[in-house]
Ligand binder design. Sequence first.
Ligand code: PGA
Length: 247
Amino acid sequence: MICAANWKLNKSPREAEAFLRDLRRNLSIDHHQEVIIFPSAICLMLTGEVLEGTDIGWGAQNCYFEKSGAFTGENSPEVLRELGATHCLVGHSERRSLFHETNSDCAKKVAAIQGAGMVPMLCVGETLEQREKGQTNSVIVQQLREGLQHVHLEKEFWLAYEPVWAIGTGKVATPAQANEAHLVLRNELTAVFGASKARTVPILYGGSVKPENAHELAQQPELDGFLIGGASLQLESLLKIHSEANR
Ligand code: PGA
């Protein structure tokens, strides 16, 4: 199981460095288990330095889709790649709702990230209102389909299912709800990539993952890992989730 830590706008460079040094000392990974840290952009360089020579992966929470130019405040996939980032999140629900990111923006970012030699992790998920209206499947399929509009089919692609109502709320999807949504997404991946490639695309679940619920969720056949927000900010709980997910 992949454990990806989405730190959002948390941890100063000093705090990030101390955490990563502790993580390095305390984590043992075999090759079936992956830990990937997504720190804020300002902490990316030091993350690369501290994690150099380890199996611990790291990536960016966001990027722009252009290589360079007059785009004040943005970072390009090429710049992130040059720092050593291997992955980049796309379309996290906070980016969609707070920063007005559209499916079409996501599609351009997915292609740009792949073009720069990194792996995009597209995030999709329904709001509570959409779930209550029975629109979950249509919403997440549309986000995925439109987000894949310019995808390079031969390149690596990761996906995260994050129901908006479960993010940072303490409300977690039941294992059955998560697995059902992942199955819907897997079928759509099959339509786009073909069955054999679709099977290899990791689909991570995110939304209030904690040490207490990680093991049960991890038992679901369609879950390949977790995207962890709040519970990834303390080393102890991240390590516990990692061990629960892989036991
Ligand atoms: P959470 O966040 O674990 O704090 O719910 C998950 C995410 O937003 O990626």
